[in-house]
Design a protein around this ligand. Structure first.
Ligand code: 3HC
Ligand code: NAI
Length: 716
């Protein structure tokens, strides 16, 4: 019997417990162990029904994603009967099998549960078919059994959308048969006793929820339309809809075959490889070489925020949403009132949209205590400063915080550009200082760059990494340099977009090319959204410090000089109607034409491929420099930053992963072409050149980092 599945008995009920920590994934041995257990109990006359339960923190969280890379087009050759065959065998068992669900039953986990004859769950359990988030579709009957239990509408929603549902909702839709309050195993055993002796109810035989062609047609059509909008360019969600449709048109076994075909097509796609890279990447970034899991952490039970502007207000909401009470300090009552009014408005919008209830809003508001003084700061475990971006002001605030905060409290700054070490120098405890760079709107955006200063302690870093997760953010540790990782790379990205317009591309052509590539928004439209005047004001202030030996973009300064700041003035690269719809701008045309003429820039026609290459490779080249300087720990860290903070399409895996898929040799050759055509800003990063010459990838670079970290850990 497999070690991964334990067999025991409670009277006439046989119990199978899956023990494959941490999440009971269906690694080789688990499905086989379940089958062996079922067969053993079938032969045992004293057993009348069977319970399948997960040991540890969860039921089965799905197929073992690490195994996907080993599957070849001919199937998983290393294994005996396929997973589908095993589930069919479980479903065909002669004695009732009850799945007992806690934690999550996801993907292959829910498919296993649906191949059982009944399902019971604790109230906190969740079930789902999240495969599309990995670029695949359910591959073990999910698209065939789920519609039989839950109906077409719900099955399409779950298989194409990928979000899990609660046990309560699963009960409502017939996916779960009973909610067990109290001890799950005891409840499942007594449920199994009720079913003992009765013939098993096989999901494959249920047909009454499969609907009619007339009723289903509009459901599938609407789902395809919605998917094309919400999951733009993604292949798997449409394949999932196809597979569910097959359940309504084909007998069960044929439906399974169709699902298998679609599953394989998706599994071998670039999208799936990229999304799996993202899944593991999001977990990898939490692992910091030199900081072990046992590093002591500072409990953050209460926090404080200084500054209730755009960012401070959002950050206070993030803490309140996570159940952490927060003091919110401003300089005067009017600013405090404004900040609170914005928070209230944002929460009220969420209530209006049904994201949470009025009571939840009231609870969240009650966790935010407005103040004009530092009273109470001395009790707080952490403070985040989010005042205007100016070194003198930040240093003054950190000097004050040093006096009022208790020893051991974390002092964080939300600065987006300033040197965290200089800020820390205003305190007597630079080891407690860290940058926590939230992105706007802070309560929405998942990215949190954690900026490590020279002195920042391991405890502070470890605490902020795990706090990120608690706050619903993806924390990525970055080094201290101007713009850190995300904004530093964004600079060449936006610069190239502007150069392309100067050279003859239209504003729309540049944005469309990047939108079709998959970016949430084109780079010029993004500038309009953020406000073109922000950079303009900085350039005016620091104008003399700009490098005049390299080409600088011309048009945004001219747009700003004429008051076209972007969406806030309803005019920038585009003009905007009252619904903020971007329209072609004649003012921008005139300014662009004049700038081209004044600088004597040769006009040419530029293909959308070149637009994408120029803009995306500028990201990659800067990313390679950042890696080499150690500002980002791994290429995957850069990918996760770009996916969560800058609207890079997840199905391309992030800029560095994308470059790997193009091939670094090819990327480097184009960068060298661009250097010839456009000068020094395009000098290839030495790391990019080296990897290209060695025929390696950024993923290889990451492997080396991981090996180095493992070796260092072994030595310590
Ligand atoms: N396969 C392999 N490893 C997995 C895994 C899986 N399905 N699910 C989680 N893990 C690993 C994680 O990589 C992580 O490893 P690490 O500690 O080395 O970084 C560890 O398990 C713990 O995971 P989390 O940190 O994510 O733990 P959480 O408690 O925050 O979340 C979870 C648990 C909700 C189960 C989350 O891990 C999750 O969503 N997992 C993926 C579920 C999924 O996508 N299932 C479908 C798989 S595809 C499939 O089943 C195909 C089928 O149709 C044939
Ligand atoms: P903001 O101008 O909206 O808000 C700053 C607030 O700080 C104002 O309400 C001001 O009254 C208050 N303030 C100034 N001095 C104070 C003091 N001594 N005590 C308490 N409050 C004080 O600025 P925003 O946009 O929120 O930026 C704040 C910080 O976040 C800056 O460092 C900025 O670089 C950074 N940031 C901004 C992002 C954005 O998109 N706006 C994104 C990421 C970081």
């Amino acid at each position: 019997m497999s070690d991964l599945v334990q067999v025991s008995k409670d009277g006439e009920i046989g119990i199978l417990t899956v023990n494959n920590p941490p999440v009971n994934a269906l690694s080789p041995g688990v499905p086989e162990g379940i089958l062996e257990g079922v067969e053993q109990f079938e032969k045992d006359d004293s057993v009348k029904a069977i319970v399948l339960i997960g040991g540890g923190r969860t039921f089965i969280a799905g197929a073992d994603i690490r195994e996907f890379g080993k599957i070849t087009a001919g199937g998983d050759q290393r294994r005996g009967p396929g997973f589908n065959a095993i589930l069919n065998r479980v479903e065909n068992a002669s004695k009732p099998v009850v799945a007992a669900i806690h934690g999550t039953a996801l993907g292959g986990g829910l498919e296993t549960a649906m191949a059982c004859h009944y399902r019971v769950a604790v109230p906190s359990a969740q079930v789902g078919q999240p495969e599309v988030k990995l670029g695949i579709i359910p591959g073990a009957g999910g698209t065939q059994r789920l519609p039989r239990l839950a109906g077409i509408q719900k099955a399409v929603e779950m298989c194409a959308g990928g979000d899990p549902i609660s046990a309560g909702e699963a009960l409502k839709y017939g996916i779960v048969d009973k909610i067990i309050e109290g001890d799950l195993l005891a409840g499942a055993v007594s449920f199994a006793r009720e079913k003992a002796g009765s013939p098993p109810r096989r999901t494959r035989d249920l047909t009454d929820k499969l609907g009619t062609a007339e009723a289903n047609g509009p459901i599938f059509a609407a789902a395809c339309d919605a998917t094309k909008k919400r999951q733009r360019n993604l292949v798997a969600p449409l394949a999932a809809i196809d597979a569910v449709e097959a359940a309504t048109q084909l007998p069960f076994d044929k439906g399974i075959e169709r699902e298998r075909e679609l599953f394989q097509q998706c599994l071998f796609s670039d999208q799936s490889k990229a999304l799996i890279h993202v899944f593991f990447g999001e977990r990898e970034v939490a692992k910091i070489p030199g900081i072990s899991k046992d590093t002591a952490q500072i409990p953050v039970g209460q926090a404080a925020v200084v500054g209730a502007g755009t960012m401070g207000g959002g950050i206070a909401m993030v803490f309140a949403n996570a159940g952490i009470p927060v003091l919110l300090k401003e300089t005067d009552q009017a600013a405090l009132d404004r900040g609170l009014a914005t928070i209230k408005k944002n929460y009220a919008n969420s209530v209006a949209k049904g994201r949470f209830t009025q009571q939840q809003m009231d609870e969240r508001m009650a966790r935010i205590t407005p103040t004009l003084t530092y009273d109470g700061f001395g009790d707080r475990d952490m403070v985040i400063e989010a005042v205007f971006e100016g070194m003198a002001l930040k240093k003054q605030i950190f000097g004050e915080l040093d006096k009022v905060m208790k020893p051991g409290a974390i002092l964080a700054s939300n600065t987006s550009t300033l040197n965290i070490d200089e800020i820390a120098s205003a305190t007597t405890r630079p080891e407690m200082v860290i940058g926590t760079h939230f992105f706007s709107p802070a309560n929405v955006m998942r990215l949190l760059e954690l900026v490590r200063g020279k002195a920042t302690s391991k405890e502070v870093i470890a605490t902020c990494m795990s706090l990120s997760k608690k706050l619903g953010k993806v924390g990525v540790l970055v080094g201290n340099c101007r713009g850190f990782v995300g904004n530093r790379m964004f600079h060449p990205y936006r610069r190239e977009a502007q150069f392309l317009v100067e050279e003859g591309a239209s504003v729309e052509a540049v944005d469309q090319a990047l939108y079709h590539f998959g970016m949430a928004m084109g780079p010029l439209a993004t500038g309009d959204l953020a406000g073109l005047d922000v950079g303009w004001r900085i350039r005016k202030e620091f104008g003399d410090a700009r490098n005049t030996t390299v080409r600088q973009p011309l048009i945004e300064d001219r747009l700003c000089e004429e008051g076209h700041y972007g969406q806030k003035t309803k005019s920038g690269w585009y003009k905007y109607d009252e619904n903020r719809k971007p329209l072609h701008s004649e003012d921008a045309d005139r300014i662009i034409a004049q700038a081209r003429k004044d600088a004597n820039i040769q006009q040419r026609s530029i293909s959308s491929d070149e637009i994408v290459e120029r803009i995306i490779y500028s990201l990659v080249n800067e990313g390679a420099r950042i890696l080499e300087e150690g500002i980002a720990l791994r290429a995957v860290d850069i990918d996760i930053i770009y996916l969560n903070g800058y609207g890079f399409p997840a199905y391309r895996g992030g800029p560095m992963w994308y470059a790997d898929t193009v091939g670094l040799k090819k990327v480097c050759e184009r960068v060298l072409d661009f250097e010839k055509q456009h000068g020094a800003t395009w000098a290839p990063a030495p790391l990019l050149k080296r990897l290209a010459e060695e025929g390696k990838t950024f993923a290889d670079f990451d492997k080396q980092v991981a090996q180095g970290a493992a070796a260092a850990e072994a030595r310590s």
